[in-house]
Design a protein around this ligand. Structure first.
Ligand code: UD1
Length: 362
């Protein structure tokens, strides 16, 4: 009898996943050996390495170096590379996070090799099957063995859908990361005076030049200056559309995790299409306007922290932002996504299921 010390494998590859993987890697280290696999879906310093640096995370054990491509190119390249990696590393289980092409491809590679899949951020739905992320998250929930829901609603959704896997409501690992960052203290202000923080990256918005032009015009017409941290996809799209933001919109590249939190903390409000920033604003008490028709983080809207504005209605941004800012004084319930101990709960479940144990194989 030899101890079976096969590792757990944690797959990630985009900006928000590098951030969430930071707490998962620490928590899983108590369960046994962990292989951290970065697909390289994101590769620019400002989308990728900066988060390793700002969160003090060590380099991944395996880097797949996939990069960009169409959905099919990117997903299939990750699928092939993840399969080879799983065959080589022989993990007990594969953990994936969220709803990106990396999440889908790695979950599928594992499921086809009959390796149990654990899905972090399971059960979220935006009721929009035209979104790549909605397709990804539904497919991953369908093949997962363990489903870690960030909220009671996500848990209820999974139960209603009668998924095959085992469901655990653990809270949101993004809250764990935020609490640790706030506990360590944030850097001083990243911008002076009053401003609105803005980020945009979703394909549905930025790849439609007419919508993008309307949204950029709306940002320029706000009565408060804007700090606009633009994803490389957005910078390219702005260049293609020939659209120039007004002088009151100060453009920067994407901010590192801690700098983005500082920008949020100092802002009067935030305008975004990011799922992560919707929740960070909710936890930090900053009013948010989300430029989407729907959100998978529905609780933030219902409690008054977040207002949805369809990009085609960008002409109403000033009005919607004013309503959102009025809500700041009243506040909102911040308990919908757990207590900042999600990674610890996930590790506990994995320890029960997959901790190294004696094996009869030689
Ligand atoms: C991806 C996720 C999205 C998530 C976001 C977080 C999918 C389908 N989408 O969107 O759910 O919210 O990450 O940030 O997985 N690019 C660069 N440098 C990079 C990475 C991308 O310039 O380091 C540019 C490329 O032109 C690329 C485009 O951005 O084609 C889109 O990148 P991609 O990884 O396909 O999706 P994101 O928009 O980043």
């Amino acid at each position: 009898m030899t101890p079976d010390a096969r590792p757990l494998a944690l797959f990630f590859g985009t900006r928000p996943q590098v951030i969430k993987a930071s707490v998962l890697r620490k928590a899983l280290a108590d369960v046994g050996p962990v292989i951290a696999v970065d697909t390289g879906q994101h590769y620019d310093y400002a989308l990728h390495q900066v988060h390793y640096d700002q969160l003090g995370v060590s380099s991944p054990d395996v880097f797949l170096g996939i990069g960009s491509g169409s959905h099919a190119e990117q997903t299939s390249a990750i699928l092939k590379a993840a399969e080879a990696c799983i065959r080589e590393q022989r993990p007990r289980a594969v953990m994936v996070i969220g709803d990106t092409n990396s999440t889908l491809a790695c979950a599928l590679a594992a499921a086809k090799l009959r390796v149990p899949v654990a899905h972090v951020e399971a059960g979220l739905r935006a009721a929009d099957m035209l979104m790549a992320e909605e397709i990804n998250r539904r497919c991953v929930d369908a093949v997962a063995t363990l489903l870690f829901a960030p909220s009671r609603r996500a848990e209820a959704t999974l139960r209603r859908e009668r998924v095959d896997g085992e469901i655990h409501c653990v809270g949101d690992v993004a809250y764990d990361v935020l609490q640790q960052a706030l506990g360590d203290g944030l850097a001083s202000r990243v911008a002076d005076g009053e401003y609105v923080y803005a980020t945009l990256h979703r394909a549905e918005l930025v790849d439609d030049s007419s919508l993008l032009r309307d949204v950029i015009a709306a940002l320029g017409s706000l009565p408060i200056p804007v700090l606009f941290a633009a994803h490389p996809r957005t910078v390219d799209a702005l260049g293609r559309s020939g659209c120039l933001p007004a002088a009151s919109v100060r453009m920067s590249g994407p901010l590192g995790y801690r700098d983005s939190l500082s920008a949020l903390q100092g802002a009067k409000a935030v305008v975004t299409d990011s799922g992560g920033i919707q929740r960070e604003a909710y936890w930090m008490g900053v009013p948010c306007v989300t430029l989407r028709r729907e959100t998978e983080w529905t609780e933030t809207v219902e409690c008054g922290a977040n207002r949805l504005l369809a990009p085609r209605d960008a002409g109403r941004l000033t009005e919607t932002l004013t309503e959102a800012m009025a809500r700041r004084a009243v506040g909102w319930d911040r308990t919908h996504y757990g207590d900042g101990r999600a990674a610890e709960r996930i590790a506990k479940v994995l320890a029960e299921r997959f901790a190294p144990r004696a094996s009869s194989s030689p």
